[in-house]
Design a protein around this ligand. Structure first.
Ligand SMILES: NC(=O)c1ccc[n+]([C@@H]2O[C@H](COP(=O)([O-])OP(=O)(O)OC[C@H]3O[C@@H](n4cnc5c(N)ncnc54)[C@H](OP(=O)(O)O)[C@@H]3O)[C@@H](O)[C@H]2O)c1
Length: 345
């Protein structure tokens, strides 16, 4: 397992993080604990959860696992998130100090820990000034309740505003961004990756397999069935399947992942995960698995190094579709500036 720093901090995390969104839902507590055991056996030290995963059950499952494994807590970097409603009251959601202090205390209780290593705003809150949220993070660090602060699902301007506000006000920095990023969804490359590189913010990609699509389990013009994320809920399945199925690019990307996987004799999941892990500013790729077998497969990506040619093929076929301005070639030309030729000697 490779280790990388958590954004601009000196804290070191495994380049694969164990996501726990399946815990208490697709994965029983027993399977979830087996996944956690396997993950640390293989060198992983970074776990991501959120209060809303299975309405608190995912955090509780992680908490019971930490309590039952002596000495493990100090070896693990635990990340969780708050922002989405956990109750029905008008102030049970958002990034205010009221809602976040309640959410953070509840997460600490469910996880059974004194301090959360990385506490993340699950998404931007248009009603709350970002200063208030950052001040809350700063107070929480001083109170010993969290060690670092991060954000998730922010847009480029939101992340830049958060980073600069923290700097100008002398508050704890935003050290990570958790966005969706995979071979089918590369939109973070328009703005967010540059913000992260400029501000030393580490990227923690979620859904690196696009929710299972990049494993090759979904087929063209075949309604998903069976024990898969899209197959289990036919309504959700069709809503999520149809638009992606209709795009030729989806199947071109999946075919390219299959081609590289066949050439190397590895699984498609490993190829898709290795591609994400090798992209700029990536700190740790958040794995998701329903079963121990899936997790074993995905952990295998930690040892896979793609060649320049393989990376080039995947990067090219999955290039985000851009209109001409501001992200396309004409927009890039307007932003570029050449130095004038030198005159004389
Ligand atoms: N911040 C956010 O808003 C946000 C949002 C989503 C996720 N996350 C985080 O990111 C983590 C990962 O997200 P994700 O679960 O969507 O990741 P993903 O890797 O894109 O999808 C995982 C799903 O793909 C299938 N799968 C995984 N490995 C497989 C394999 N080797 N072979 C066949 N199928 C396989 C499984 O679903 P089936 O067996 O059901 O097909 C599994 O649940 C979550 O646990 C959570 O921690 C964060």
């Amino acid at each position: 397992m490779e280790y990388r720093t958590l954004g601009g901090t000196g804290t070191v995390v495994s380049a694969q993080c164990l996501g726990t969104m399946t815990f208490g839902k697709e994965s029983s507590e027993e399977v979830s604990h087996a996944q956690l055991d396997r993950f640390i056996e293989r060198g992983g030290n970074f776990i991501d959860t959120a209060d809303v995963y299975s309405r608190g059950l995912s955090e509780e499952i992680v908490g019971r696992w930490l309590a039952a494994r002596q000495g493990v807590r100090d070896q693990i970097v635990v990340a969780t998130k708050g922002r989405f409603p956990m109750g029905d009251g008008p102030n049970d959601a958002g990034l205010t100090r009221t809602s976040l202090s309640r959410a953070l205390d509840a997460s600490l209780r469910r996880l059974g820990v004194e301090t959360i290593d990385l506490y993340q705003a699950h998404a931007w809150d248009p009603l709350t000034p970002i200063e208030e949220t950052l001040r809350f993070f700063d107070d929480a660090v001083r109170a010993g309740k969290i060690r670092y602060a991060g954000v998730s699902n922010f847009l480029g301007w939101q992340l830049q505003k958060a980073a600069l506000t923290a700097q100008f006000r002398g508050l704890v920095p935003v050290v990570t961004l958790q966005p969706q990023y995979n071979l089918l969804v590369r939109d973070i490359e328009f703005e967010l990756v540059d913000v992260c590189r400029n501000e030393s913010i580490g990227i923690l990609p979620w859904s690196p397999l696009a929710g299972g699509w990049l494993t090759g389990k979904y087929a063209r013009d075949h309604t998903p069935t069976g024990a898969t994320r899209l197959g289990e809920d036919p309504q959700r399945g069709m809503e999520a399947y149809a638009p992606r199925n209709a795009q030729e690019r989806t199947w071109q990307v999946i075919d390219a992942v299959r081609q590289v996987a066949d050439g190397r004799g590895v699984s498609m999941s490993q190829v898709a995960l290795a591609w994400v892990a090798g992209r700029p500013a990536i700190t740790s790729v958040i794995l998701g698995a329903r079963t121990l077998e899936q997790l074993d497969d995905n952990l295998g990506a930690a040892e896979l190094r793609l060649s320049e040619q393989e990376r080039g093929l995947l990067t090219e076929v999955s290039s985000p579709i851009v209109s001409d301005y501001p992200y396309g070639t004409p927009g890039a030309q307007q932003r570029s500036r050449a130095l004038p030729p030198s005159i004389g000697g």
